[in-house]
Write a protein that binds this ligand. Structure first.
Ligand code: NIG
Ligand code: MN
Ligand code: MN
Length: 329
C-alpha cells in the first residue's frame, strides 16, 4: 500500500488535448488513458496494461551539480504524449497511476517508494513506463523490478551520453550514481551485472568513468558507432546482449541526443545521436527480443526546453515503443 506524502494521485487534467471525435479512428492518447490509484491495480487477463508512473524529482541532479528543473518532467511528458494519435490496438490498455516525488530533498525515501510502486505494477502484470525526473530514477526502478523478478537475469540498456557509474558521495546517491549502485548490489548478491550503455561520449565521461565501466564489467557503444554506417553491428551488439539475459529494462536519458534536438535536459551535449532510422533500428532490436519488461524516460528538464521539443522527443520514444511492444507481444 503506497499512501504517503511522496505519492501524488494521478489527475485527469494532466491529460488534455485536441478532440477530433470519439470514434476509435480519431482518438488521441489523452482520450485513451485511464486514471487509476496505484493501490487499485489488478491483473486483467487478455490485455496488456501499460502503466505510467512519474518520478517528480531533480534532487539527484542538484546533488550531482547539475541544473535543477527535472522535477516537472513527468507533467510535460504527459502533456507531450496527450495529443499523440492512438495507433496501437485495444489489446494495449494505458493507465496513469500518478507520481512519486521527492519532498524536501528526501531522495532515498522517494526512491524506496518508487521501487515499491514498480513492484506493484509488475506484480499486477503491467508494463511500467516511468516518466522522469532525474536519472536517480534508475536505481529505484531497477530495485522494484528485481524485488519481483528475483531469479531472472535483468539486463539494463541505458541510452545515455554518460555512464552514470559514479560512486555516491557524502551527500548520498545522485543522478550519476544509479548504475554504480546497481553494480554494487549485484556484486554483494554474487550476481553478474548486465549493463549496456548506448551513445557514450568520450567528451562527457572522465577516464575514471571508463575505468569504472571496465571494473564493473559494463559494455558500451560509443556515439560515433551509432552515427556511422555500421548500425548493423550496433544492432547485433544489442541482440547479443538481449540474448544473454532473461528480461530487459530500457532507460532513455534524453541527453543521449544531440542538444539541438534535445535542449531541455540537465546536462546537454554538443554532439549526440539523432532520432533517425538508426535510433529506430536500435529500438527495434531491443523490442524484437520479446524480453523488454519495463522502461523509463529520464532527465527531461522543461526549464531549458524550446517549443517542448525535448518533451516531444520523449513522447516520440513512448509512441514508437508502444508500437514495437505491441508488435512483439
Ligand atoms: N546524470 C548524469 N549526469 C552526468 C552529468 C555530467 C555533467 O554535468 O557534465 C554525470 O554524472 O556524468
Ligand atoms: Mn546523461
Ligand atoms: Mn544518465
Amino acid at each position: 500500500m503506497i499512501s504517503n506524502i511522496f505519492y501524488e494521485l494521478p489527475q485527469k487534467s494532466w491529460w488534455q488535448g485536441r478532440i477530433d471525435g470519439e470514434d476509435p479512428s480519431l482518438i488521441r492518447m489523452h482520450q485513451n488513458v485511464q486514471i487509476i490509484e496505484i493501490n487499485a491495480l489488478k491483473p486483467s487477463p487478455g490485455v496488456r496494461k501499460v502503466i505510467f508512473l512519474g518520478f517528480a524529482s531533480d534532487e539527484g541532479v542538484i546533488r550531482n551539480q547539475g541544473r535543477p528543473g527535472a522535477a516537472t518532467g513527468p507533467y510535460l511528458l504527459r502533456k507531450a504524449c496527450s495529443n499523440l494519435p492512438v495507433h496501437y490496438s485495444d489489446e494495449l490498455h494505458l493507465l496513469d497511476t500518478g507520481n512519486i516525488a521527492t519532498i524536501n530533498g528526501r531522495l532515498e525515501e522517494a526512491r524506496k517508494y518508487l521501487s515499491q510502486a514498480v513492484s506493484l505494477i509488475i506484480e499486477n502484470e503491467g508494463f511500467p513506463i516511468l516518466l522522469g525526473g532525474g536519472h536517480a530514477i534508475a536505481a529505484g526502478h531497477y530495485a522494484g523490478l528485481k524485488a519481483v523478478l528475483k531469479d531472472k537475469k535483468i539486463g539494463i540498456i541505458n541510452f545515455d551520453a554518460h555512464f552514470d557509474l559514479r560512486k555516491p558521495n557524502e551527500r548520498g546517491p545522485n543522478s550519476g550514481t544509479s548504475f554504480y549502485e546497481i553494480a554494487q548490489q549485484c556484486k554483494e548478491a554474487g550476481e553478474d551485472f548486465h549493463y549496456l550503455a548506448v551513445g557514450i561520449q568520450r567528451s562527457a565521461n572522465s577516464k575514471g568513468l571508463f575505468e569504472a565501466a571496465k571494473n564493473t564489467g559494463s559494455q558500451f557503444i560509443p556515439v560515433e558507432k551509432i552515427n556511422s554506417l555500421d548500425i548493423a553491428s550496433v544492432q547485433q551488439t544489442i541482440r547479443d546482449f538481449a540474448g544473454s539475459v532473461d528480461a530487459l529494462y530500457l532507460s532513455f536519458d534524453l541527453d543521449v541526443f544531440f542538444s539541438a534536438i534535445a535542449p531541455g535536459v540537465s546536462a546537454p551535449s554538443a554532439t549526440g545521436i539523432f532520432y533517425d532510422g538508426n535510433f529506430r533500428r536500435m529500438l527495434e532490436a531491443c523490442f524484437a527480443s520479446g524480453k523488454v519488461v519495463s522502461m523509463d524516460i529520464a532527465e527531461l528538464n522543461p526549464v531549458y526546453d524550446l517549443d517542448n521539443r525535448t518533451a516531444k522527443l520523449g513522447a516520440q520514444i513512448i509512441f514508437d515503443s508502444l508500437l514495437a511492444l505491441e508488435e512483439n507481444l
